[in-house]
Design a protein around this ligand. Structure first.
Ligand code: HEC
Length: 130
């Protein structure tokens, strides 16, 4: 064998970690999207999901880069707080732990929406796509 055993092992390790990280990223936003459409997310009792008011994330394209939010007469200082305000006020549920996996997943989904539209129209072409 020409290639050393060590090199082969290293290649496997690199391939495995690349695979693991890309799968983890994709899974997070996908899980977040499922939560976004879940009628019982956050213990919601209103019979609505996030998707009822923000269909396919419409209107949330800039939320991933904002530092301050104003939702339903309240002010929020983070995306996590904004999500929890909508859980409480709109879904009639209970705020979830801002450090939980569910929160990380829904935040990943909301941030993924921004990738499709320019954050600011100033220096970027108006064309769609990525
Ligand atoms: C009853 C309708 C309704 C539901 C259901 C709802 N929202 Fe909202 N949401 C609003 C309104 C109204 C605003 C404030 C006005 C705006 O920015 O569109 C808002 C704003 C937001 C914002 C801030 C957007 C920005 O750029 O300032 C985020 C993020 C958000 N909602 C996420 C969610 C998530 C996540 C859920 C599910 C847990 C959800 N919303 C469910 C009505 C709703």
């Amino acid at each position: 064998m020409l290639r050393s055993r060590k090199t082969t092992m290293m290649l496997y390790a690199v391939a495995a970690s690349v695979l693991a990280s890309s799968v983890a990223l994709a899974a997070d936003a996908a899980k977040g999207k499922a939560l976004f459409k879940d009628l019982h997310f956050g213990g919601g009792t209103a019979g609505r999901s996030c998707n009822s008011c923000h269909p396919e994330g419409k209107g949330l394209e800039n939320a991933g880069v904002k530092k301050e939010f104003h939702i339903m007469g309240k002010k929020q200082q983070s995306l996590e707080e904004a999500v929890n305000t909508c859980i409480e006020m709109a879904l009639k549920g209970k705020p979830i732990d801002p450090k939980s996996a569910d929160m990380a997943n829904i935040v990943a989904y909301i941030k993924s929406l921004g990738a499709k539209s320019p954050e600011s129209g100033k220096n970027r072409p108006a064309a769609g796509g990525y």
